[in-house]
Design a protein around this ligand. Structure first.
Ligand SMILES: O=C(O)C1=N[C@H](C(=O)O)C[C@H](O)C1
Length: 307
């Protein structure tokens, strides 16, 4: 049994009720961060957002893992967020955060307080591998401090921390924790969260979008959605409408694209594909590396075959 020491279980939580819980369904695109040389390429970021916005996406994620947030300093992150907001002011934005120092992370959450965010995407602290009780403390403290609703980012292969099913169900009681981005790799846990019904579940593994939404997930945060965006949007919409065969017809042509996008560390293939399309230059910040030559050749072939 895990015990929360968060403010919400002490009875003085922020007053957020179900009528104000945001609807996070649909496709969210975790934006890459384009670079021009050493600097963030704001013009390319703006053009990217303007291309994605009309495709029917729910919104964007700024500074997720795909956005190479680990390589951006605070002012670059705030500037990227401002550029995305300026490019499409009415398109909802989720901001990714991460860290392992609770005090510094809370300071950052408070600095983000004035931003108009649809949510804050928060993974467990990486590297330090706390207990389940420690994880409850981490998320509760952040959710207490955040003016935006919190999405729990369950991604043990990046953080080294496993969020157990009971932990996620305990966090679902927090009025400001509203969703999970599911990269947990545990189908039983995924189903339990969906069956519980309090957290909106978004697929975080692109290859699992179909199965997750077919089982009751509300959408996805998917880097592959930079390409063939309208088709990803359609798949999720059709599944949520129960139109399984039509959804499958849209989904199957996306599988080679998804496979290619993760054949090298994300976001190198996504950036290479967008560079081929003339949207940005193909630059990542070390220690991330740009796509290999063989990847570029495969991308050229794939993009020329796409409608
Ligand atoms: O940035 C994200 O959010 C995503 N991250 C995943 C990862 O690379 O770990 C992939 C997913 O498509 C989106």
């Amino acid at each position: 049994m895990v015990h929360s020491i968060g403010r919400f279980l002490r009875g003085n939580s922020v007053s957020i009720n179900s009528s104000t819980t945001p609807d996070l369904s649909g496709l969210w695109v975790p934006l890459v961060t384009p670079f021009a040389g050493d600097a963030v390429d704001h013009a390319a970021l703006q053009a990217l957002v303007r291309r994605l916005a009309p495709a029917g996406i729910a919104g964007t994620v700024v500074c997720g893992s795909t956005g190479e947030a680990a390589a951006l300093d605070d002012s670059e992150q705030l500037a990227a967020l401002a550029t995305v907001a300026e490019a499409a002011p009415d398109l909802p934005r989720i901001m990714g955060i991460s860290g392992y120092h609770l005090g510094q992370t809370l300071d950052w959450v408070r600095r983000l307080g004035p931003e108009k965010l649809a949510g804050l995407l928060v993974p467990p602290p990486h590297y330090i591998r706390p207990s389940q009780q420690g994880l409850i403390h981490w998320f509760s403290a952040i959710a207490d401090a955040s003016t935006a609703p919190v999405l729990v980012y369950d991604i043990p292969y990046r953080t080294g921390a496993t969020l157990e099913r009971d932990t996620l169900l305990a966090l679902a009681a927090h009025p400001n924790i509203v969703a999970i981005k599911d990269c947990g790799g545990d189908a039983d846990k995924t189903r339990a969260i969906i069956a519980d019904g309090r957290l909106q579940l978004l697929a975080g593994e692109d290859s699992q979008i179909f199965s997750t939404v077919a089982e009751g997930g509300v959408g996805a945060i998917a880097a592959s959605g930079h390409l063939q965006t309208g088709r990803f949007v359609q798949v999720i919409r059709l599944l949520r409408e129960g139109r399984l065969a039509e959804a499958r017809g849209q989904w199957q042509p996306l599988l080679p694209l998804i496979e290619l996008m993760f054949a090298e560390p994300n976001p190198a293939p996504v950036k290479a594909a967008l560079a081929i399309e003339g949207l940005m230059s193909d630059v990542l910040r070390p220690p991330m590396t740009d796509a290999s030559e063989s990847m570029r050749i495969r991308l050229h072939a794939m993009l020329s075959g796409l409608e």
